[in-house]
Design a binder for this molecule. Structure first.
Ligand code: PPE
Length: 305
């Protein structure tokens, strides 16, 4: 990864290489952490702005609440700290990673009484699914592993522990030459990627799995639904089968890291004509215009640093 200069830890900036934790940190052993992925972009007027920072901070606090972690800072303080990290690292465009986790005190599963720690890092992170992914599109493989069922863990929380499920699916797909895994939920309905939500386009309408299909309620997903409707498309949250994906006109992934990435092949089956489709392209262009502050209507989503 491309290292920056400082990381914010528990209220102060420390040099990147000194942002360390003890090896008996609770979260390292039991996955007891929650986190966010946020991006900041250089906007048209030359200033840098965090995209939907308040929404990410809100989700972070909700994730912490679900896991009974009290964050020793206010939402405003965390947003300010995110801005500080971007500014002090002199980053024009970057990825921001706030994490709240159970620290070091005792081991044993029970996290109560273990100190809650907070860190915020920011660094340059290019195309999430590899160079050229945004332009060319990516290939997905359906994973043999199902997404964590909602009876087992609350998927509304973006918890570190959830990602062991993503990691095993990602390795499986990558090992046989695919870019990313497509995960089904415990019922066999389409859920999401290992770090992205999925959309399909059919006859000019958009469909994306509902929250109960074991997905993370993505902020980019919500952004795309909103942009699509404002552009005059109908966008539905509805059950999607694997066959629906295979026969869709277009498929794309959304996420903070992945942005809007076209999908051109799933399990070896070519999607549409095998090239990113027109609706995907239009939404992708619109998304980048919005995050870069080119569209007046959505400027309220930007927090200038
Ligand atoms: N599903 C999952 C499982 C997920 O991890 C993400 C974000 C999304 C959907 C999209 O959510 P949103 O970013 O709010 O639109 N994944 C983050 C972490 C990726 C990583 O590898 O780390 C991200 O995109 O920042």
């Amino acid at each position: 990864m491309e290292e920056s200069k400082y990381i914010w830890m528990d209220g102060r900036l420390v040099p990147w290489r000194e942002a360390k934790v003890h090896v008996l940190t609770h979260a390292l052993h039991y996955g007891t952490g929650v986190f966010e992925g946020v991006r900041a972009y250089r906007t048209v007027d030359g200033r840098t702005a965090i995209f939907r920072g308040k929404d990410h901070v809100k989700r972070l606090f909700n994730s912490a609440k679900i896991y009974r972690m009290e964050i020793p800072f206010s939402e405003e303080e965390i947003l300010e700290a995110m801005k500080l990290v971007v500014r002090e690292n002199e980053l024009e465009e970057c990825y921001i990673r706030p994490i709240v986790f159970r620290g070091y005190k005792e081991l044993g599963v029970d996290p109560s009484g273990i100190p809650v720690r907070v860190a915020i890092a920011a660094w340059k992170w290019g195309e999430y699914l590899g160079r050229g992914a945004l332009e060319r599109g990516v290939r997905l493989k359906t994973s043999a592993w199902r997404r964590i069922p909602p009876q087992s863990l609350p998927l509304e929380a973006k918890a570190t522990g959830n990602y062991i499920n993503s990691a095993i699916a990602k390795m499986e797909a990558r090992d046989v030459g695919y870019d990313e895994a497509l995960m089904l939920d415990y019922r066999g309905m389409v859920s999401e990627g290992t770090g992205e939500n999925i959309f399909i386009v059919r006859d000019g309408e958009l469909f994306t799995p509902p929250l109960y299909a074991s997905i993370l309620p993505g902020i980019t997903r919500a952004t795309i639904i909103r942009l699509a409707r404002d552009l005059g498309y109908s966008a539905h949250e509805s059950e999607i089968t694997l066959a629906d994906v295979y026969t869709a006109d277009e498929v794309f992934l959304t996420g903070t890291a992945t942005e809007v990435t076209p999908v051109i092949n799933v399990d070896g089956i070519v999607i549409g004509n095998g090239r990113p489709g027109p609706v995907t392209r239009k939404l992708q262009r619109m998304y980048f215009d919005v995050v870069k502050g080119k569209v007046e209507k959505y400027k309220h989503w930007l927090d200038y640093i």
